[in-house]
Design a protein around this ligand. Structure first.
Ligand SMILES: NC(=O)c1ccc[n+]([C@@H]2O[C@H](COP(=O)([O-])OP(=O)(O)OC[C@H]3O[C@@H](n4cnc5c(N)ncnc54)[C@H](O)[C@@H]3O)[C@@H](O)[C@H]2O)c1
Length: 254
């Protein structure tokens, strides 16, 4: 990967990433590790996560992979504690993991609805709750919550997912208000349609490729690296007066 910028203040920082083993998350893990940060990430994709750690043999601190299903809040809290013990107080939190399974509104049961929330919304709150005291102790920190352009574009076809994603900004603004005076910055990073393996395999068709070309102002495709570049900026001192905002990386689509 090419490093577009170096942020010296990210060196040695304790970073916690949800879903850091594949997709955009793998780019986040690699990008922060290449800045010299101490990265811990949770994921359920064991093989991909382990392969990523193997591949990153040349970074200053090899990332720590912790198997954890983030739907289980106790396990999530235990993972955060394991990361703290390994790397010290966490000062960067990237709430990245999600699952964009499509569903028809008429088919959604209360159980399925709860499951969508358990993956796409609830962990963001509880990671922040567990990590904010560490940031307070350390004198500050940055939280980046991942939103989505899907609901902004009225994409449809997955209302329980888009509802959870739209709520990200509510969490961001509340936390930004409550902890800003303690130098904790909270922002939402809104990815456009990002060409991850999963998107290419499941959802990107010749028709939707045309849709991207018609929708984006910019030519080309949004890649995981474009998203990681914004996450680095939002986590570093380069964005030290940015908080409570949404930062959209979508090639100018919305
Ligand atoms: N790819 C896109 O086009 C796109 C568009 C808009 C928003 N986003 C947002 O960006 C973020 C990353 O998206 P992505 O496309 O890389 O997703 P992805 O599905 O490719 O990867 C998500 C990662 O989270 C992990 N994960 C899923 N469920 C988990 C669980 N229960 N416990 C622990 N880990 C779990 C997966 O194994 C995977 O490594 C998400 O918040 C998503 O909503 C992505």
């Amino acid at each position: 990967m090419t490093q577009n910028a170096i942020y010296p203040d990210l060196q040695g920082r304790s970073v916690f990433i949800t879903g850091g083993g594949s997709g955009i998350g793998a780019s986040l893990t690699e990008s922060f590790a290449r800045q010299g940060a101490k990265v811990a990430f949770v994921d359920i994709a064991d093989a991909e996560s382990q392969a990523l750690v193997e591949r990153l043999g040349d970074v200053p601190h090899r990332p720590l992979f912790i198997h954890c299903d983030i739907r289980d809040i106790k396990a999530l809290r235990d993972s955060i504690e394991q990361a703290r013990q390994a790397h010290g107080d966490i000062t960067v939190l990237l709430n990245n993991a999600a699952n964009d399974q499509r569903h028809k509104t008429e088919d959604v049961t209360p159980e399925y609805y709860d499951e969508r929330i358990a993956i796409n919304q609830r962990p963001m709150f509880f990671t922040a709750q567990a990590i904010i005291p560490q940031m307070q102790r350390a004198g500050g920190g940055a939280i980046v919550n991942f939103g989505s352009i899907s609901w902004k574009l009225k994409q449809g076809g997955m209302a329980a997912y888009t509802m959870a994603k739209a709520s990200t900004q509510g969490l961001t603004r509340s936390l930004a208000h409550d902890y800003g005076k303690q130098n904790i910055r909270v922002n939402t990073l809104v990815p456009g349609w990002v060409m991850t393996e999963r998107q290419l395999k499941l959802w990107v068709t010749p028709e939707s490729a045309k849709e991207i070309e018609a929708g984006q102002c910019l030519a080309g495709r949004v890649t995981p690296q474009h998203i990681a570049d914004m996450a680095l900026f939002l986590s570093s001192a380069a964005s030290s007066m940015c908080s409570a905002q949404e930062f959209v990386v979508d090639g100018g689509w919305t």
